[in-house]
Design a binder for this molecule. Structure first.
Ligand SMILES: Nc1ncnc2c1ncn2[C@@H]1O[C@H](COP(=O)(O)OP(=O)(O)OP(=O)(O)O)[C@@H](O)[C@H]1O
Ligand SMILES: [Mg+2]
Length: 393
C-alpha cells in the first residue's frame, strides 16, 4: 500500500496577521480564546495524517470543526498558514502557479455539496468543462464526457440542462465532471448531504461501485456517521480544527477515543459496520477428512459440541458431520466422507452482520466463514451475531 497524500503539521488560520496568531496557538492559546481576543478563526490546527492510494478516507465532525477548511487545503483553495502537504511525495504547498494549475487539472477534482454545476451549460458541456480548459479537442472531450456520464448512469441525459434534473442526478453530473479528467484524487465535501435519504443511499452505493472499478484516492466529508462508516476505509474525526481520532470504522466503534466521538458512534447502525470477520472465531474443534469417524466423535465429545466442520489437508471445507450421524455411521462401518452433510450456511469474511442476521437465526449450525478458495477461516455462532448488535464497550 503506498501513501498518496501525506499531511504534516497543517494549520489554517483565517484573517490577516496569521503569523502572530500562529504564535499564540503554539503558545497554547485555544481556538476559542484566540477568536475572542483577536477575532481570528483557527480553521485547522496542527493536523497530520496520511491517505493511502486507493483509499476512501472520510473526515467526519460537527459543523464548524474544520472539515471543509482541511479539504480545501488539499487543492490549495485554502492556502495553509503552516504545514506540508505531500501528494506523491511532492509538497504542493510549494508549487508555483504553473505546477498548481497542472495539479488541479490533472491530479485532483472536487465534488461539492451543492453540485456547483453551470446552469447555462448542458449536462454534457458541464462534464466536458475540465477537458475544455485543458485544451482537449471537441470530439475527444465529447467522447470522454459521454463515457463518464454512462459510468454514473446518465447516458441519455447529455443534452438536458441542470434545472431539468433531480438533485441526485445533478450530483451524478457533479461526480461525472470530477471523474472526466481522470484525476488520481477525488475531494468530496458533503456531496450527498443535500439529497433525500433514499437517493442518498443510492449514491453511496453508486460511489462504492465506481470506486471498486476506478480505485481513486477519495477524501470524503460527511456529518453522518453511518455514511462515514459505510464508505470509509478509515475515518478521521475532527473537533475544533483538530483530528481527535483516525481509524477504521471497527476501530472507532470498538474504542472511541473520547466522549465527543462516543456521542457520534451512538447513532451507528452496527449491523452495517461489523463484518463476518469481526465476529468469527476459531472453531474449538475441526476435523480433517483423513482423521476419520472416531476422531470426529472424540473431538465432539471432548468439546461438548454436537457437530463439527470437516476440512481437507489444505483446510478447505468438505462438509459437516453431526455426532448422531457419526455414531450411526461407525455402527454401519461407513466412512466419515459418507456422512458429511451440507445443510449449513457459508459466508465470506466481508459480509455485513445485517445480512447474517436472517441466516444465523434460521440455521441449526454455525455459519462457516470461507475465503475465496473455500478455506475455513472461522465460524460464526448465532449468539455472536446477536451480541454484535448489542455489544457496548
Ligand atoms: N473563509 C473563511 N473566513 C473566515 N473563517 C472561516 C472561513 N472558512 C471557514 N471559516 C471558519 O473556520 C472554521 C471551520 O469551518 P469549516 O467550514 O471548515 O467547518 P466544517 O467542519 O466544514 O463545517 P460544516 O459541517 O458546517 O460544513 C469555522 O469556525 C468557520 O467559521
Ligand atoms: Mg463544511
Amino acid at each position: 500500500m503506498s501513501v498518496k497524500i501525506k499531511v504534516e503539521g497543517l494549520t489554517k488560520i483565517f484573517g490577516g496577521n496569521q503569523k502572530a496568531i500562529l504564535k499564540k496557538l503554539k503558545n497554547g492559546n485555544s481556538k476559542k480564546d484566540i477568536l475572542k481576543e483577536t477575532g481570528h478563526t483557527v480553521g485547522v490546527n496542527n493536523v497530520s495524517f496520511e491517505v493511502n492510494e486507493g483509499e476512501v478516507f472520510v473526515i467526519m465532525g460537527l459543523s464548524g470543526s474544520g472539515k471543509s477548511t482541511l479539504i480545501r487545503c488539499l487543492n490549495l483553495l485554502n492556502v495553509p498558514t503552516e504545514g506540508r502537504i505531500y501528494v506523491d511525495e511532492s509538497n504542493i504547498v510549494k508549487y508555483d502557479k504553473k505546477e498548481l494549475r497542472e495539479f488541479r487539472q490533472k491530479k485532483v477534482a472536487m465534488v461539492f455539496q451543492h453540485f456547483g454545476l453551470f446552469t447555462h451549460r448542458t449536462v454534457l458541456k458541464n462534464v466536458e468543462y475540465g477537458l475544455e480548459i485543458r485544451g482537449i479537442s471537441k470530439e475527444e472531450r465529447s467522447e470522454i464526457a459521454r463515457k463518464t456520464l454512462a459510468t454514473v448512469g446518465l447516458e441519455s441525459w447529455e443534452d438536458k440542462y441542470p434545472r431539468q434534473l433531480s438533485g441526485g442526478m445533478c450530483q451524478r453530473v457533479g461526480l461525472a465532471r470530477a471523474l472526466a479528467n481522470d484525476p488520481d484524487i477525488l475531494l468530496m465535501d458533503e456531496p450527498f448531504s443535500a439529497l433525500d435519504p433514499l437517493i442518498r443511499r443510492d449514491m453511496q452505493i453508486e460511489l462504492l461501485d465506481i470506486q471498486a472499478k476506478l480505485k481513486k484516492t477519495i477524501i470524503f466529508i460527511t456529518h453522518d456517521v453511518n455514511e462515514a462508516f459505510k464508505l470509509g476505509d478509515r475515518v478521521a474525526v475532527m473537533k475544533d480544527g483538530v483530528i481527535e481520532q483516525i481509524g477504521t470504522p471497527e476501530d472507532i466503534l470498538a474504542e472511541p477515543a473520547n466522549e465527543y466521538i462516543e456521542n457520534f458512534v451512538q447513532d451507528v447502525d452496527r449491523t452495517k459496520v461489523i463484518q463476518a470477520k469481526n465476529i468469527m472465531f476459531k472453531p474449538r474443534a475441526i476435523v480433517s477428512i483423513k482423521d476419520g469417524l472416531k476422531v470426529a466423535i472424540k473431538e465432539m465429545e471432548t468439546e461438548g459440541i454436537s457437530s463439527v466442520f470437516v476440512v481437507d489437508n489444505e483446510r478447505k471445507l468438505q462438509g459437516l458431520v453431526t455426532v448422531d450421524d457419526a455414531i450411526d455411521a461407525l455402527k454401519e462401518h461407513k466412512l466419515l466422507k459418507d456422512v458429511l452433510n451440507h445443510n449449513y450456511n457459508t459466508t465470506d469474511p466481508e459480509t455485513y452482520v445485517q445480512e447474517l442476521i436472517p441466516i444465523a437465526s434460521a440455521s441449526k449450525y454455525p455459519i462457516a466463514v470461507l475465503d475465496e478458495n473455500n478455506k475455513l477461516l472461522g465460524i460464526i455462532m448465532r449468539v455472536s451475531v446477536l451480541s454484535a448488535l448489542t455489544h457496548d464497550k
